[in-house]
Write a protein that binds this ligand. Structure first.
Ligand code: AQP
Length: 338
């Protein structure tokens, strides 16, 4: 079965496990806005149940969830056009997550590279939830019968697992009930890298604040972080091939292209031959001009937390009009008394 038998619907989420980064913005949120504005039905989620797979201070979690919601709205997600929710207010996510924990196989989960990266050498001491995370992520998507999921490159393997879970459920029960979801991984910034190390993903939980641009950073901080970003001594090339062995240079050019809605080729045709001493101030100016209006609006929205909570409460009620019938049908297919 393909997604074509299902009504198109977009779902994606972000963990409120810290402040939003430029990686989240370019790899995810900017593309969420585009898909919303193209007119597809869209559901966007603060995945708080995923965040608690590692310890979250309750005060921080509350603030980070509201700040993430503010970041979505300030970036252009409209609560009138998209359903905006925090995951724990829509209990069907976790309920279907349990079912999918019974569908997914241990061997599939053990291959997940994000678990290996996050657990490191500490596999015996991390939470069971961190290991099971991809089954809940599959449920987040499939509880809406979502057909398209815009994500960064790091989520590709989890999306493949989501398809495997849907296919196994459909096969085991002889139904065509869950769609085989399409990952939407597009653009110049599907993997924004750390400003300190071009081999590591920019991440909100990186201990080094200098490794990332936070959406709440002020203009001076953004400019300073870009000025100090690791680079090499050579000038920028005029052709994309010239970036092949230069991860830090490639990262800064990718960021420029994504912020300016250009291709990497277009950027290099304009900046090829420039030294970083010239290019970095241009990038800083561009980043500040794009991010400052968002951070200003985020601060304004954060001054009205009740309004954010109201939007998320309304979003949960809208979401449950979709998720309750899908969960009920799932249970019915499985032979549970209703
Ligand atoms: N560096 C990145 N480049 C492009 N896309 C990125 N995303 C995250 N980092 C980058 C995309 O943002 C969405 C939400 O990610 P998440 O917060 O749910 O989890 P994550 O991928 O684990 O992000 P972080 O920042 O690394 O969080 P922590 O540090 O808490 O683990 C996804 O679509 C992701 O691809």
């Amino acid at each position: 079965m393909t997604t074509s038998t299902f009504t198109p619907r977009v779902f994606s989420g972000i963990q409120p496990s810290g402040g939003l980064t430029l990686g989240n913005y370019l790899g995810a949120i900017k593309r969420f806005v585009k898909m919303q504005d193209e007119g597809m039905p869209t559901v966007y989620c603060m995945v708080d149940l995923h965040a608690v797979t590692v310890w979250q201070d309750p005060t921080d979690l509350l603030r980070n969830t509201r700040e993430l919601a503010a970041g979505f709205i300030a970036s252009g997600i409209s609560p009138e056009k998209s359903i905006l929710i925090n995951q724990s207010q829509v209990p069907e996510h976790a309920q279907l997550g349990w079912i999918f924990s019974c569908v997914a196989r241990m061997g599939w989960m053990q291959r997940m590279t994000q678990f290996k990266d996050k657990a490191g050498k500490n596999t015996q001491n991390v939470s069971l939830g961190l290991f099971g995370y991809p089954a809940l992520m599959a449920a987040d998507i499939l509880i809406y019968h979502a057909t398209h999921v815009p994500v960064g490159d790091d989520q590709k393997q989890h999306l493949e697992l989501t398809r495997d879970i849907a296919a196994k459920f459909n096969h085991d029960y002889g139904v065509n009930f869950f769609p085989l979801t399409e990952p939407v991984i597009e653009g110049a910034a599907t993997r924004v890298m750390s400003l300190r190390d071009g081999s590591k993903k920019m991440s909100k939980s990186d201990p080094s604040d200098a490794s990332r641009i936070n959406m709440t950073d002020d203009a001076d901080t953004i400019a300073k972080k870009i000025r100090k970003a690791k680079t090499d001594p050579d000038a920028l090339p005029s052709e994309v091939d010239g970036l092949a062995e230069r991860p830090e240079a490639r990262n800064l050019v990718n960021i420029f292209a994504a912020l300016n809605d250009q291709t990497v080729e277009q950027v290099l045709s304009e900046v090829g031959g420039q030294q970083f001493g010239t290019f970095k101030p241009l990038l800083a100016e561009l980043a500040v001009s794009k991010l400052s209006p968002i951070s200003t609006e985020m601060a304004r929205l954060m001054s009205e937390p009740d309004e954010i909570d109201r939007i998320l409460g309304r979003g949960a009620a809208q979401a449950r009009e979709i998720t309750v019938p899908i969960l009920e049908k799932t249970y019915e297919i499985m032979g549970m008394v209703r």
